[in-house]
Write a protein that binds this ligand. Structure first.
Ligand SMILES: Nc1ncnc2c1ncn2[C@@H]1O[C@H](COP(=O)(O)OP(=O)(O)OP(=O)(O)O)[C@@H](O)[C@H]1O
Ligand SMILES: [Mg+2]
Length: 363
């Protein structure tokens, strides 16, 4: 090889070796840069995850349900939404593109509001669900109190007006009965007198329970009164396949009028017996609920639709052929006089529960 070519080759080789040195050093730099970037990405990811956790924590601690929908399928829901929607609230939410609405299901009353997202999140919607069960119950209770107060006043006035002529009719009839009458006429007058007595009894009932007399409060154990009343009523279910389950987790003393509360229990049990008819289970529970003793009477009988349930405490409201419709009205008034309150839950075909709250202490 000519010396000139050797020189060229040597130069080229040196050039190559310099270039490869600098490639190696670039490569090293690149590698450390990549390492640094990977670390930064990991740190950012951890930060993002932390931010996500933080956000989820905040969303979970909200007293409302939050659901994110992406074209009708749920992509996120916080804890509260999961709790509220296990009854399947979400399917109700897309009705006719409405923005707000109310839902009532076996978990309670809910109000919801829907907002469309923008800024790159088009197609997504956020739904906020608020549990308004307690508010609705209180509203229902106060509306009922007002309605029953007016009805009670009217019933008392009418009862009072009827009582006067009733008294005179009874008097005149007994005067006729003292005359010499044929046996047949005497019998007819007996029938009329019997009818008058029945009316009189009903009216006395209305008068005494629309404005319950002063309560005779005693310190008693509610569970004992319940047990005694159950014993007393057990004769009315013999021969039927009715099971009674009694459970008293609260056996302490409280203040109430035992005679009137007996009447409450009797009315509720008698309704439960009517509801289950020939076969079923009646559950009775006495437990403590804050400053109240709670009596729960439930049955797995016929139950009632919502429009019946709303009216059961009205005087003379009955769905029974031989009912008078005063049972629950009397119950209501007695509990009201005790400073307590009552709630009824029911599902048509599967049964009803009555919750009676009686304050433990003197009111
Ligand atoms: N446990 C129950 N299950 C289903 N329906 C009930 C129950 N309790 C009450 N009801 C409904 O409420 C209505 C009113 O009850 P309420 O006790 O006031 O009157 P009633 O039982 O019809 O007559 P009564 O004056 O003889 O008690 C009943 O007719 C019935 O339709
Ligand atoms: Mg009744």
């Amino acid at each position: 090889m000519p010396a000139q070519d050797v020189k060229l080759l040597e130069n080229a080789f040196n050039e190559f070796s310099r270039a490869s040195d600098s490639i190696i050093s670039y490569y090293g730099m690149l590698e450390s840069r990549i390492r640094q970037l990977t670390k930064e990405v990991e740190e950012k990811n951890a930060e993002l995850e932390k931010a996500g956790d933080y956000l989820n924590n905040i969303l979970d601690s909200l007293p409302v349900g939050v659901v994110v929908l992406d074209r009708k399928s749920v992509t996120f829901q916080n804890k509260n939404a999961a709790r509220l929607t296990t009854g399947g609230i979400v399917p109700y939410l897309n009705v006719n593109g409405e923005k707000t609405g109310e839902i009532k299901n076996n978990k309670g009353y809910f109000r919801w509001k829907k907002e469309r997202l923008t800024n790159g999140f088009e197609g997504k919607e956020v739904i906020v669900i608020e549990d308004v069960t307690e508010v609705e119950k209180m509203k229902e209770r106060s509306e009922r109190d007002e309605r029953l107060r007016a009805m009670g006043e009217m019933a008392a006035r009418i009862a009072h007006e009827i009582k006067n002529p009733l008294g005179s009719m009874e008097l005149f009839l007994s005067m006729i009965q003292n005359d010499r009458l044929k046996a047949k006429e005497k019998k007819y007058i007996d029938y009329i007198l019997f009818g008058l007595k029945t009316i009189d009894r009903i009216i006395n009932n209305i008068l005494s329970y629309t404005r319950p007399k002063t309560l005779v409060l005693k310190e008693e154990r509610l569970f004992k009164i319940v047990r005694d009343t159950l014993d007393f009523m057990s004769v009315s279910i013999v021969g039927r396949a009715i099971e009674v389950e009694f459970n008293a987790s609260y056996q302490g003393p409280s203040f109430f009028d035992p005679d009137l509360i007996k009447l409450v229990i009797m009315n509720l049990i008698s309704n439960a017996i009517d509801a289950v008819a020939e076969k079923g289970t009646i559950g009775i529970e006495v437990r403590e609920e804050g400053s109240y003793v709670l009596l729960v009477v439930s049955d797995n009988g016929v139950g009632m639709p919502e429009d019946v349930r709303r009216n059961i405490f009205n005087p003379f409201f009955t769905m029974k052929d031989k009912g008078v419709g005063l049972g629950l009205y009397i119950v209501y008034n007695i509990i009201q006089a005790h400073g307590g309150f009552i709630e009824a839950e029911s599902a048509e075909g599967s049964g009803s529960s009555f919750f009676i709250y009686i304050p433990k202490d003197r009111q």
